[in-house]
Design a protein around this ligand. Structure first.
Ligand code: NAI
Length: 248
């Protein structure tokens, strides 16, 4: 597949899970990949998988909470690859707990990685994409950012923020031919969700009309669509990938 031939895509938090699946799918569709993660030592797994596919791969250590580092890394990539066509803001964390017991630290950590990190990376790439007069940004939000969830006030607020941020950026950058969209995955099997108890998992399954958890590949398929030219008339939208868990 050559949908992304000659194009450069950056995926944050791509050492594992959904980010890894997104990087693989974009590479399968011909993109040159820049994978980055705060855990640089974990990137070797994704790197090896991408190298098997044969395309160009660049690995960068990047903590998305560090604005200066984001700009530095993205400038380096633009210099090395000549351009940045796609940014996927995927890096994210959870620190679950009921509001009454939620520490300031847990609130700040989640808002800082999920929302401020998305802001940092988007701001850094926007300078480059504006000069190019093209680009596509896809932010990974969550169903929880739309409907809320007990025990996840910090996470829900961060993902709801990502959705509102995406719409604002889409309005600001549309005239420069830069699109911004969000994906709201439902319950996706991954290391983050493997930690849940069987009882919680069974309860969640009952709430999903398609009666199955999603896979990282399900999210990656939606990302590839929104990142590429097949969605060239779509911006400022939230695409739900949730097995029908909520319908809007
Ligand atoms: P994961 O925990 O398996 O992977 C997240 C990756 O982000 C890790 O490699 C981690 O090292 C990296 N990361 C964390 N903090 C970072 C930072 N400050 N800078 C750079 N990288 C950092 O999580 P998973 O499940 O693959 O989630 C990926 C995204 O999808 C997240 O934004 C998550 O909120 C979102 N999501 C996941 C769902 C699920 O069911 N797994 C559902 C809805 C959304």
């Amino acid at each position: 597949m050559t949908m992304f031939k000659g194009k450069t895509a950056i995926v944050t938090g791509s050492a594992r899970g959904i980010g890894q699946a997104i990087a693989m799918d974009l590479a399968r569709n011909g993109a040159d990949l820049v994978i980055c993660d705060v855990k640089a030592e974990w990137l070797s797994e994704t790197e090896a998988l991408l190298r098997e596919l044969g395309g160009k791969v660049t690995c960068k250590e990047l903590d998305v909470t560090n604005a200066e580092a984001c700009q530095q890394v993205f400038n380096q990539v633009a210099e090395e690859n000549g351009r940045i066509d796609v940014l996927i803001n995927n890096a994210g964390i959870t620190r679950d707990g009921l509001l009454m017991r939620m520490s300031d630290e847990d609130w700040d950590a989640v808002l800082t990685v999920n929302l401020k990190g998305t802001f940092n990376c988007t701001k850094a790439v926007s300078r480059i994409m504006m000069k190019q007069r093209s680009g596509s940004i896809v932010n990974i939000a969550s169903v929880v950012g739309i409907m809320g969830n007990a025990g996840q006030a910090n996470y829900a607020a961060s993902k709801g923020g990502v959705i509102a941020f995406t719409k604002s950026v889409a309005k600001e950058l549309a005239s420069r031919n830069i699109r911004a969209n969000a994906i709201a995955p439902g319950f996706i099997s991954s290391k983050m969700t493997d930690a849940l108890s069987d009882e919680v998992r069974q309860k969640m399954l009952e709430a999903i009309p398609l009666n199955a958890f999603g896979t990282p590949q399900d999210v990656a398929d939606a990302v590839t669509f929104l990142a590429g030219d097949k969605s060239s008339y779509i911006t400022g939208q939230v695409l739900s990938v949730n097995g029908g868990m909520i319908m809007q």
